[in-house]
Design a protein around this ligand. Structure first.
Ligand code: UD1
Ligand code: CA
Length: 462
């Protein structure tokens, strides 16, 4: 039987105290709803509808193309939202399975969902439950004397005995389509929150003598995010999963609790990651690279065998066997070819460093091309901005740029040329030439002795 999926995500998530819709919050590199849809993908649903309401644009921007959306104008409860989702599902047959789940459950696993949707034909619904040490906030599972589930009672509608129940409703269900549709018609909003609860469907089906099966899950899998502290907990658990996967593939981590890698990041086996490393977006780390301590990299590539420590990389491409840092900032468009080096207190932007080129200390290189094997002396600045426009600096191969050279762009330095330390280079330098721009040194002999004598004479007068 085909499976159709309805993800409920229309709520604002008041308890988040945030302007962003709850399910659009990020955890370990994906939005909450992004994680839910990731868990759903392997069951290959016939179609998936996400029910949106508050800030729908902010959520739908992040959704994959194969997902359709439906808008719940007013948040009248999860039962009402499910009806909105059903209306948007085309091509439903009465015996199809409808998987309903909430968009705020990022720790769901494909294994659990696969188990859930294996609904026997004579079972009207399967639902995920879990026993929690602290069930506060969740709907409680009420069972009869023969241990059959009879209903779900929301916390706010619980009496003292019900509140003491540790088994909770996870908020993930596999219904037979016709039974879900029939039972939803009988759901009222006569409860503490005046909402149409999807959970009432459970009691209605049982009352009609339909078969219902609970499916047990670990407390971790069913965590629903309602507040910032729960978001932080979920992030830690999701990160631990990603790091576990990476370590199993052969990535070395000194202290995985202090390593933050988005799910979208590729780290090849044999890479070594130290604490304080954040790898985000479309970042890639090659085999044998050493990253960290303390690196932030987004949408960047770190080549095999490279070392990057105490550095920030944004949209940078670092080739194989390069050395970055400590204390380097690689801004967008920085391209470092094999074996090149960007050292301490060096900032780069929109610059290509050829193979084996080096800028070891205290430099700014922006809007520039640096040829292979060229050495950039300490304190060199490409003066690329005249206050109005950006200009390019082109430096050839095997060039030696002396310390503290100001390269006033646009300017070109030929292959094998040398600039004298402290020069302000405003004109192009021809291949193989030495360009030096500084006033000649003057020496005043005996200066110190004369000064000391003057001071002594002054003291004697006083
Ligand atoms: C819900 C369940 C509760 C369960 C818990 C698990 C109901 C009535 N209660 O409670 O039994 O233990 O989840 O985490 O279902 N939503 C809509 N439209 C609405 C209301 C909610 O789309 O009108 C969406 C929300 O965006 C959210 C999800 O449904 O993603 C759950 O809503 P939420 O308010 O978090 O429900 P809980 O009170 O946590
Ligand atoms: Ca919730």
């Amino acid at each position: 039987m085909p499976t159709h999926v309805i993800v409920l995500a229309a709520g604002k998530g008041k308890r988040m105290m945030s302007d962003l819709p709850k399910v659009a919050h990020m955890a370990a590199g994906r939005t909450l709803i992004g994680w839910v849809l990731e868990a759903v993908r392997p069951i290959e649903p016939a179609n998936t509808v996400v029910v949106l309401g508050h800030g729908s644009g902010l959520v739908s921007d992040h959704l994959p193309a194969e997902v359709t959306t439906a808008i719940q104008e007013q948040q009248l409860g999860t039962g009402h939202a499910t009806r909105v989702g059903l209306d948007a599902l085309g091509g439903l047959a009465p015996d199809d399975t409808i998987l309903v789940l909430y968009g705020d459950m990022p720790l769901l696993t494909p294994e659990l969902l696969t188990r859930l949707v294996e609904r026997p034909d004579d079972v009207a619904a399967r639902m995920v439950t879990s026993v929690l040490d602290d069930p506060t906030g969740y709907g409680r599972i009420v069972r009869d004397d023969s241990d059959n589930v009879v209903e779900v009672v929301e916390e706010r509608d619980c009496d003292a005995a019900e509140r003491a129940i540790g088994e909770v409703n996870a908020g993930v269900y596999a219904f037979r389509a016709k039974d879900l549709i029939d039972a939803l018609a009988g759901v009222s909003n006569d409860n503490a929150q005046s909402e149409y609860y999807l959970t009432d469907v459970v009691g209605i089906l049982v009352g009609r003598g339909q078969r219902l099966q609970p499916v047990a899950a670990t407390p971790q899998e069913v965590i629903g995010i309602n507040s910032q502290d729960q978001l932080a907990q979920a992030r830690a658990l999701l990160q631990a999963r990603t790091n576990q996967r990476l370590m199993e593939s052969g990535v070395w981590m000194l202290d995985p609790d202090r390593i933050y890698v988005d799910d979208s990041v590729i780290v090849e086996p044999g890479a070594r990651i130290y604490p304080g490393v954040h790898l985000e977006g479309e970042t890639k780390v090659g085999a044998g690279a050493q990253v960290g301590p303390d690196v932030f990299a987004i949408d960047s590539t770190i080549g095999a065998g490279s070392t990057v420590w105490y550095a920030v990389l944004r949209g940078a491409i670092v080739g194989d066997n390069c050395e970055i840092g400590p204390f380097a900032s690689l801004r967008p468009g920085s391209v470092l070819e094999r074996g090149s080096k960007v050292g301490t207190f060096v900032e780069t932007k929109n610059v290509t460093l050829g193979q084996g080129a080096k800028a070891p200390h205290l430099s700014y290189l922006g809007d520039a091309k640096v040829g292979a094997r060229t050495n950039i002396g300490a304190g060199t600045v490409t003066c690329n901005y005249d206050g109005y426009e950006k200009h390019e600096t082109v430096i050839g191969e095997d060039v030696f740029i002396g310390s503290d050279t100001m390269l006033v762009a646009p300017v070109t330095i030929g292959d094998g040329a040398v600039t004298g330390a402290g020069s302000v280079i405003t004109d192009d330098v021809e291949e193989g030439a030495l360009a030096i721009e500084r006033t000649e040194q003057r020496e005043v002999r005996g200066y110190s002795q004369r000064r000391a004598a003057r001071q002594a004479a002054k003291k004697a007068e006083d």
